[in-house]
Write a protein that binds this ligand. Structure first.
Ligand SMILES: [Zn+2]
Length: 351
């Protein structure tokens, strides 16, 4: 049974699918946030005998509290208090709400995810806010070089206004793993596997064998364009193959409605195609121009319904870098530059 969290999504759009708590199998739930856009992330819940595992918190405490208001009664009814939390990766929309959980709840993530969390606390976004405002204002000066990118950066930063990053109690996981880790949650087995670096440096997935459900974190974006901040893309492709091989009944991605194997295959085929296109473009190309051409190509029709086509620009740039031996780590300056270019691409695609 799904409940709708509100008439509008966090970013203010009309919901395209049901949000809230959705039961996928006995004691196995997804928390969905339409429409799977920026910061509209999903979470999961596995309820065992006397213990329960939450998979991810949300981008701010208000959204996380709303989720806990639905999750806690389910746990109470089963006599299974929240005992564990697994953060799938280090992006804030999957862990900034951690501070709302009780001190007794044990939190785990991969070691590289924890490194990213320490480097990118909520205060980073409150500090960047004024930079975005300034970029948006300066970007309106006609004839200024890169004005379109500055406007793009400003537009992105203004979307962050939908969330509350001030005053967040930061809580980084106390437990880490590197390759794989099996959790026992009230008699139920949950297998965590490191599959990164791909979307970020620390991506991991959770497989719940008795329910045949995968919580994929941002390894699956469903009906939404994925964004690859780390790479190499071969790791992302291998991670999707790994999920497909498990034969899951449901795959809960980090963004978008509950999916399945077919959605993993569609995403994998996008990555294979995009890697081919980027390698075919040679060593010297303008990422903005190449991405615009790819999005306007007939091949792209297969993924046309995925919202946020402009994210392909980041994917092109990161594939180009990591396929030539570049690092999976991306600095803040490079990230802001790519965000600005995405905004410029949105303007171009409207023409
Ligand atoms: Zn995310």
């Amino acid at each position: 049974m799904a409940t709708t969290t509100g008439v509008r999504t966090p970013l203010g759009d009309v919901p395209l699918f049901d949000g809230g708590l959705t039961e996928l199998a006995a004691g196995t739930w997804a928390w969905l946030q339409p429409n799977g856009g920026l910061g509209e992330s999903n979470a999961g819940l596995v309820v065992g005998d006397g213990a329960a595992l939450l998979i991810d918190t949300l981008w701010d405490e208000r959204l996380t509290a709303e989720m806990l208001e639905a999750v806690v009664p389910v746990c109470e009814q089963a006599g299974a208090p929240l005992t564990n939390l697994f953060n799938t990766h280090g992006d804030g929309d999957h862990w900034y709400g951690n501070g709302l959980l009780g001190a007794g709840v044990e939190i785990i993530a991969t070691a590289p995810a924890i490194e990213q969390m320490k480097a990118e606390p909520p205060s980073m976004l409150t500090r960047l806010g004024p930079v975005g405002t300034l970029a948006g204002v300066v970007g309106r000066i006609p004839m200024l070089p890169a004005a379109d990118r500055l406007r793009g950066l400003g537009g992105f930063m203004s979307m962050l206004g939908a969330y509350e990053f001030g005053g967040i109690e930061q809580r980084v996981p106390e437990h880490s793993f590197t390759d794989a880790k099996a959790l026992e949650i009230g008699g139920r087995r949950v297998e965590l596997t490191f599959v990164g670096p791909a979307h970020t440096t620390g991506d991991a997935i959770a497989w719940v064998p008795d329910a045949r459900v995968v919580f994929a974190g941002d390894i699956l974006f469903n009906d939404v364009m994925p964004i690859m901040w780390a790479g190499p893309v071969g790791n992302w492709i291998a991670a999707l193959e790994r999920i497909e091989a498990l034969g899951p009944a449901a795959v809960v991605g980090g963004h978008g409605p509950v999916g399945g194997v077919a959605d993993c295959i569609a995403l994998r085929e996008y990555w294979v195609w995009l890697r081919e296109q980027v390698l075919a473009a040679g060593a010297d190309f303008d990422a903005l121009e190449l991405t615009e051409r790819l999005i306007r190509s007939a091949d792209f029709e297969r993924w046309r319904d995925w919202r946020g086509a402009e994210r392909t620009l980041v994917n092109v740039a990161r594939i180009a870098s990591t396929e030539r031996g570049g690092s999976s780590e991306i600095g803040t300056a490079e990230r802001l530059k790519l965000i600005g270019s995405m905004g410029a691409l949105v303007e171009r695609l409207r023409r």
